[in-house]
Design a protein around this ligand. Structure first.
Ligand SMILES: [Zn+2]
Ligand SMILES: [Zn+2]
Length: 411
């Protein structure tokens, strides 16, 4: 299992100077980055393909493959679209800076490298770090054979500033999410928690989210009502002293509830849009847009088979538009096609239809989410193979990913 509190960003440094590589890697490691360096560019591309780092910092002037050529090679590789590339040069020529930008660099540092210069660029990129805390559906499965990807139910977080987080769903994964947020460095934080719907696997660990009990924190909880039952009422009812001994009166944070439907919410320059999904009761899917990057969280959603009597291509088309061009789509992938045949109308999707959606929407990365409690690690591993096969047969550029609890990457 990966470290459940690890959210450090991977940085790969390329320079022909041994000293420059050593100093840069040391500075980054001291600041908490997962940094690795390479002297010279000859084998750099091979290592970048393996490592898939969040950032590459490359020297411009290098013998053999120079920095611009390396930049060009990375930008030509569809599997590395998420990599942010920062060029480093001792020369401040405007022409070099423009050339780097034209070739797809995200930033340009005039050497010597300092952490401050690097972080100014990172912050200006509006980066969002996505972390998985609960990838299972329906029921936690904390037992042997079920923990390679994690046994906890639905929860993901998106960090967009040191003390600001969006969290999606409050399944049992939210316990480790809260622990990680508390350790992430800032004394006080603001959290916007978006709930998809009130089925147990999406709300029942809400009382275990530690930031709720810390004075000075602000937690805004957003979600949809269920007919007469208001959103706040359905979240708070499970903390009335009967189902759980601690009541909401014991929250130390400033906690507010916001009932939403299909709409847009603006938070610190971030847009969060919501759309009603196909699931028993009312269930919202979410799309986050920030600084040109986008993330969609669509779980507990049934995509009826394309050629079945229940096919709803209009919904498929609308949802594809909602998810259009997302860098990451987390989607309900509960069933293999064979399993789905006996689960029609249960409110969950088959892998083939999810792959078709991701392809139609031109999604960059599809995260396979909401595993059935009867699916052990080997079954889940086969889901990845299956999705890769379907996406290949569609001629799709979408990459399928199997998230593990504790895993983080830049959106
Ligand atoms: Zn669920
Ligand atoms: Zn559900």
């Amino acid at each position: 299992m990966p470290n459940a509190t690890s959210t450090s960003k991977r940085v790969f440094v390329v320079d022909d100077s041994t000293m420059a590589v050593a100093v840069t890697v040391r500075l980054l490691k001291d600041a908490g980055y997962d940094a690795e360096g390479q002297i010279g560019s000859a084998d750099a591309m091979e290592r970048i393909r393996e490592l898939k780092p969040d950032f590459v910092i490359s020297d411009v002037m290098m013998p053999g493959i120079n920095g611009f050529e390396l930049l060009n090679m990375i930008r030509g590789n569809d599997n590395l679209d998420h990599v942010r590339i920062i060029m480093a040069s001792a020369k401040a020529y405007e022409a070099d800076r423009l050339k780097a930008k034209k070739l797809g660099a995200d930033g340009y540092i005039i050497k010597p490298f300092t952490l401050e210069k690097f972080e100014v660029i990172v912050n200006s990129l509006g980066t969002m770090t996505l972390s998985a805390w609960g990838v299972r559906g329906t029921l936690p499965m904390p037992q042997e054979g079920y923990i390679r990807y994690g046994g906890n139910t639905s929860c993901y977080s998106l960090q967009y500033a040191p003390d600001r987080h969006l969290v999606f769903d409050a399944g049992t994964g939210i316990k480790n999410c809260g622990t990680a947020l508390m350790k992430s460095g800032s004394a006080r934080m603001t959290v916007d928690l978006f709930i998809t719907h009130p089925h147990w696997d999406h709300i029942n660990a809400f009382p275990f989210f530690t930031p709720l009990y810390v004075t000075g924190n602000a937690v805004r909880v957003h979600g949809v009502a269920q007919d007469e039952l208001g959103f706040e009422q359905l979240m708070v009812a499970q903390m009335d002293g009967v189902y759980f001994p601690v009541t909401v009166r014991e929250f130390g944070a400033h906690v507010t509830f916001h009932e939403i439907g299909e709409q847009q919410v603006a938070i610190d320059g971030i847009s969060v849009r919501s759309m009603l999904l196909k699931h028993p009761g009312h269930c919202l899917g979410y799309r986050v847009d920030y600084a040109g990057r986008s993330f969609c969280y669509i779980t507990d959603n049934e995509l009826y088979l394309q050629n079945s009597e229940f096919a709803d291509e209009e919904f498929m088309h609308n949802l594809a538009n909602f998810c259009r061009g997302a860098n990451v789509l987390v989607h309900d992938c509960t069933y293999f096609d064979k399993e789905y045949a006996s689960k029609v109308h249960w409110g969950h999707s088959s892998l083939s239809e999810v792959c078709r959606l991701a392809h139609l929407a031109e999604v960059e990365r599809l995260w396979i989410h909401h595993h059935d409690p009867d699916q052990a690690d080997e079954d889940i591993a086969r889901k990845l193979e299956f999705c890769e096969g379907v996406l290949q047969s569609l001629g799709s550029k979408t990459i399928a990913v199997l998230p593990q609890e504790g895993m983080s990457e830049l959106v």
